[in-house]
Design a protein around this ligand. Structure first.
Ligand code: NAD
Length: 265
């Protein structure tokens, strides 16, 4: 039986990158092989074999990856997205990058020019399929994200999370505006906007409270005689919800796995 192994390159080896790597390696039959790992913090890579470490991301094409997966920061897509897509397929999990309309257009255009594909994962979005499939009928999509302030990177917004002592609304408005203010925390909001009715029409509310120890995403969409309500509450470490690493692995294997088995799509 002929089976081509898919070569996967990693950018970002933090909480998600490390876990997804373990998950790929754990299943020998999935038909995927990690061929490079890049992280701007070299100490993150000290336990990896030398031949897996890619010090200079500019050399990524030397590893001949079929798919490059960003699990680092939206800056990576700004700096490298089109360069990568001129050579190979690219999955970027820091979806807030797409709130920049010029970048979104550049990515689209590059994929058409070079015949490559860009992917975004559903990540923290439960029900992305329903949002996407009915994107032409929704009259309104409203998302409320609730988190403890210590798990929100407020640097770009100029807010000190330590100073927040009670329930506080950090943002309430179109999703396009929240992404640059909290780029590491609003990937789920960005993915909901992109899947459904867009960054300008999707309304997002970001609320923090130091009494909370979980992260909540509540989606409400209605239109065309359909009401959709989805809410997930989960533990959170750093900027990442408990369910995210497994969700990202699932997306990587949906795109990259060439192994046997019954595949859900
Ligand atoms: N799509 C989703 O649902 C979703 C959910 C959670 C997190 N995320 C995003 O995924 C990314 C990774 O999350 P995490 O919890 O693993 O974070 P983390 O902080 O644990 O790890 C990020 C890693 O990326 C590296 N990095 C950061 N900027 C870089 C750059 N410009 N170039 C190279 N390396 C860089 C850091 O050194 C670090 O090792 C973040 O951007 C986060 O916002 C997306």
């Amino acid at each position: 039986m002929a089976r081509k192994t898919k070569r996967i390159g990693f950018i970002g080896y933090g909480q998600i990158g490390m876990t997804v790597h373990q998950m790929i390696d754990r299943d020998q039959a999935n038909g995927m092989e990690v061929v490079f790992v890049h992280d701007m913090a070299s100490e993150r890579l000290k336990d990896l074999p030398d031949d897996l470490v890619l010090q200079d991301l500019g050399d990524f094409h030397s590893r001949d990856a079929d798919l490059v997966v960003e699990m680092a920061h939206a800056d990576v897509t700004r700096q490298w997205g089109t360069t990568i897509l001129a050579k190979t397929d690219y999955l970027f999990i820091s979806v807030t990058a797409l709130a920049n309309q010029d970048l979104e257009q550049d990515i689209q255009q590059t994929t058409y020019q070079y015949g490559t594909r860009a992917f975004i994962p559903h990540g923290g979005v439960v029900g992305m399929d329903a949002l996407l499939e009915n994107r032409d009928v929704w009259e309104e999509v409203h998302v409320t994200m609730k988190k403890p302030p210590k798990n929100v990177d407020c640097a770009a917004a100029g807010v000190d999370p330590e100073s927040i002592t009670k329930e506080t609304v950090l943002y309430d408005g179109p999703t396009r505006g929240v992404c640059p203010l909290f780029p590491r925390n609003t990937n789920t909001l960005a993915a909901i906007a992109y899947a459904g009715i867009g960054f300008d029409r999707t309304h997002s509310t970001l609320v923090v409270n130091p009494q909370w120890d979980t992260a909540t995403v509540a989606i409400h969409a209605h239109g065309g005689g359909i009401e959709l309500d989805v809410e997930r509450v989960e533990g959170i470490t750093g900027v990442t919800g408990a369910s995210t690493p497994a969700s990202i692995y699932n997306t990587v294997q949906m795109i990259g796995s060439s192994g046997p088995g019954i595949h859900l799509r």
